[in-house]
Every structure is written in structure tokens, then in C-alpha cells.
Ligand binder design. Structure first.
Ligand SMILES: *[C@@H]1O[C@H](CO)[C@@H](O)[C@H](O)[C@H]1NC(C)=O
Ligand SMILES: *[C@@H]1O[C@H](CO)[C@@H](O)[C@H](O)[C@H]1NC(C)=O
Length: 411
């Protein structure tokens, strides 16, 4: 009921906005394929099944008792050869989930492509998102549940999921592919728990994020100066979760984001204001599906921690303030992550028009990590941040090369 009320309120606001800027609504979903609207509503497990792939759900327990749901495509429909398969783990970006890797459909989504190439594909979900909102003791309505940033995702969640996969599959090492925050959490894990370097065959970083001083996103630049007040403001509002999961997503199956609606421009522009613009590589038919699965839930602290990195230009632990730092770390300043402890072979994939993972910051990162083996710039000037997972030509521009690199480790 509460949810319904909120959706109604959002509808109301959107309609008022529409009227104010003088546009009219058409009954747009009439023209949009019912199957696409269905993909906007289905969860990751069901989307995979719908397209005929074997689909599995697994749950891992983090040391601090968060329960993490993973999704798996053990083998493809077409590639069912017997014998051991290389195992790959995919970790999504901020405000996203495992759906990221499958929502664009077969031949487009990286999970399907890897499956067709013979991989056993596992997809993680960070604490707090749509699929990982459980804890042995705490509930997502308590503020204690939300006291984490991507530090905890890297320190607790990734090791828990990786250990589960190693145990379940019996392989000694796995491939790791991270997108955006999925790379940030990896740097945290391998620098704070270096023993995990040896559990990874090679790491592919799509739009790597660690240093942020050259971010171009106007939205990030506008919000960043208020980083320290952000958490306080949210605390006063009683909100520990950033962009509450579910309420905005419900709009997806409705007319605002479908291709024929004039208002689709609102949906896409919000996405691009944050991440960089490239209308050529986004399949506008698929916008309702993206909005149906994003934002998928994150804590305010994840956003605040990124803001701190932007402001300090240092890749370091969460800043609790002078006294809080002294109590937590024994020093007035948060310690920096020791990137020289990373020893897994690292491959960085980046692009010029990425407003979040800018080439300059990727360059800084590549100099800090000793085990960077390759650095690949996407050969398309307008390629943006979300294009790494959603682009029409992602396979041709990135995935094929990435799989060639991975294959060299499989022999
Ligand atoms: C866009 O998505 C639709 C629906 O999945 C698909 O039929 C179409 O071929 C896609 N367009 C491109 C250019 O990939
Ligand atoms: C960082 O890690 C490297 C490699 O493990 C180690 O030699 C060095 O002492 C570490 N530095 C700090 C400050 O802990």
C-alpha cells in the first residue's frame, strides 16, 4: 500500500513536470513490445530462464552476517561440452545489481556472451541491493543495516562470494570482471586482504574507479562539495539508503521511459547527466529495462565515500572525522589503501568520454598498481561510462578483446 502511494506521488510529480514544460502524454506502452516491459519487471534469475539459459540462485554469508544472493549461468544452451569450465565472477557497479549483465538480452549482455564462450558464469550482488537485503540479525529498515560503504563490499562481500564459488566449483582460482564500483571493491579486497590475490586468475576492470579528481560529471561536481553534510542530512531525514529501491523502478513499466514517449528524454538524460552522453550506443528500446533495474539500492555511505575520494584526491578508507578516525584507525586521517599489495594480473579497460572513470584517473591508478599488465582504450571517442555494460557494440569494442586476454590464462 505504502509503495503504491509513493508511486502515485511520483506519477503525479512527473505529470506536473510534463504539464509545466508543455508536453503531452500518449498511451505509449501500446507500441512497446510486451516482452520488453516484462524484462523490466522480472528479476535476474527469471530473465536468464526466460531466454532459455540454465539459471541458479546461491547465497553466501559475509563474516559480518550479511546474506548475499548470487546468480549463476552454469553453462550455455549451445555450449554444453563436458569437462572443467573456467569460472568467471562478475561484479556490478553502484546502484546496480546482477541484472546489469543480463538485462540487454542474449548476444548483448556479457553474462550470456561469456556463457557461450564456455565459461561458468557467476554474478555477485553487493549488500543493500535488490537481492542482498538480508542479514542474520539486522533488517533493512534499521539504520545499523546501512552502516557500510564500498569498503565493506570489498572487505566482506567479495571474499565471502569468492570463497563460496571456489568451494562450490572446486577450482583453485577464478576470473574476475568488475564494472565501476565493482572494480573499486576489488582494489579494497586485494589491498586489505592480499591473500585473495592468489584466488584470482586475472582481473578485468571495466571503467576502473579509484581516483576521482578528474571526474567530468556535472552532477557529481555539483554534489561533491556537500559530501560531509550529506550523511547528516540523510540522518536527519531518517534515510540511510540512497534512492530507495523499488519506488523509482516501478515507473519503468509505465509510459515515461518507453521509446515513443517524449518523456523518455527525462529518463535517458538523468542517466547521462551522471555518466556521460552517447546516444549512438544506447538502444533506446531498452531504456525501460534499464530503468526497471536501476537504481537497485545502495547506502548513503557508498555515495559519501566516493565524495570523500573526489574531494581528497586520495584512495583511502572512510573518513569518520578527526575523533572518529582516531577511534577507528588510531590516526586523525583515514589510512590510504595500499595499492602496492595488489599482485593479481590486472587489465584496465577505459574510454575517453567516461565522465566518471576519466583517462587521467585511470592513468594514476595504473601507476599505483604494480601488477597492471594491460591498459586498453575503447576505440570510440564518444563511448561513455554505462556503455561498458549497455552499449550496442560492447561485444565488438571490448568483450571480444577481453575474452581473448582471458583465454590466454585458460590454457
Ligand atoms: C534494440 O533492442 C531491440 C529489442 O531488444 C532489438 O530488437 C534491436 O535489434 C536492438 N537494436 C540494436 C541496434 O541493437
Ligand atoms: C604495502 O604492501 C606492500 C606489498 O605487500 C608492502 O611491502 C608494504 O610494506 C605495504 N605498505 C604499508 C604501508 O603497509
Amino acid at each position: 500500500m505504502d509503495n503504491m502511494k509513493n508511486v502515485t506521488q511520483i506519477n503525479f510529480v512527473v505529470i506536473i513536470l510534463g504539464v509545466l514544460i508543455g508536453i503531452q502524454f500518449s498511451e505509449a506502452n501500446v507500441y512497446t513490445d510486451e516482452s520488453i516491459l516484462e524484462d523490466a519487471r522480472l528479476d535476474t534469475f527469471s530473465i536468464i530462464k526466460k531466454y532459455g539459459y540454465p539459471s541458479e540462485i546461491h547465497r553466501a554469508f559475509a563474516d559480518d552476517k550479511y546474506i548475499l544472493e548470487m546468480h549463476r549461468i552454469p553453462h550455455s544452451v549451445n555450449n554444453i561440452h563436458q569437462g572443467p569450465r573456467p569460472v568467471v565472477f562478475l561484479m556490478h557497479g553502484l546502484l546496480s545489481s546482477s541484472a546489469e549483465w543480463v538485462m540487454m538480452g542474449p548476444n548483448k549482455g556479457l553474462a550470456y556472451i561469456l556463457s557461450e564462450a564456455g565459461y561458468d558464469v557467476w554474478m555477485g550482488n553487493a549488500r543493500g541491493n535488490t537481492y542482498s537485503r538480508n542479514h542474520v540479525i539486522l533488517g533493512p529498515s534499521s539504520s545499523a543495516f546501512w552502516k557500510f560503504s564500498w569498503h565493506e563490499i570489498g572487505y566482506y562481500d567479495l571474499p565471502a562470494m569468492i570463497d563460496y564459488i571456489l568451494k562450490e566449483t572446486g577450482v583453485p582460482k577464478i576470473h574476475y570482471i568488475g564494472f565501476s564500483q565493482g572494480t573499486t571493491a576489488f582494489w579494497v579486497m586485494t589491498s586489505t586482504r592480499p591473500e585473495y590475490n592468489d584466488k584470482i586468475i586475472a582481473m578485468q576492470a571495466l571503467a576502473p574507479v579509484a581516483f576521482l579528481s578528474n571526474v567530468r560529471s556535472p552532477l557529481v561536481k555539483a554534489i561533491a562539495p556537500f559530501t560531509n553534510s550529506l550523511e547528516t542530512i540523510f540522518k536527519i531525514l531518517g534515510r540511510n539508503e540512497f534512492l530507495t529501491d523499488g519506488k523509482i523502478n516501478d515507473m519503468a513499466g509505465q509510459s515515461y521511459c518507453v521509446e515513443e514517449a517524449i518523456t523518455q528524454v527525462l529518463c535517458t538524460n538523468l542517466l547521462f547527466l551522471l555518466c556521460g552522453y552517447n546516444s549512438e550506443q544506447l538502444n533506446s528500446t531498452m531504456v525501460p529495462v534499464i530503468v526497471g533495474h536501476t537504481p537497485a539500492g545502495a547506502s548513503t555511505r557508498q555515495i559519501v565515500h566516493f565524495g570523500q575520494i573526489y574531494n581528497s584526491n586520495k584512495f583511502r578508507h572512510f573518513d569518520h572525522g578527526l575523533i572518529g578516525n582516531k577511534m577507528t584507525y588510531g590516526s586523525f586521517k583515514p589510512p590510504t589503501y595500499n595499492l602496492s599489495a595488489i599482485s593479481t594480473p590486472i587489465f584496465l579497460h577505459y574510454s575517453d568520454n567516461d565522465w566518471l572513470a576519466s583517462p587521467k584517473d585511470v592513468d594514476t591508478l595504473s601507476k599505483e598498481i604494480n601488477s597492471v599488465v594491460g591498459k586498453y582504450r575503447v576505440p570510440m571517442a564518444k563511448f561513455n561510462h554505462v556503455d561498458f555494460v549497455f552499449a550496442i557494440d560492447a561485444k565488438k569494442l571490448i568483450y571480444d578483446r577481453m575474452m581473448n586476454i582471458m583465454a590466454q590464462f585458460n590454457t
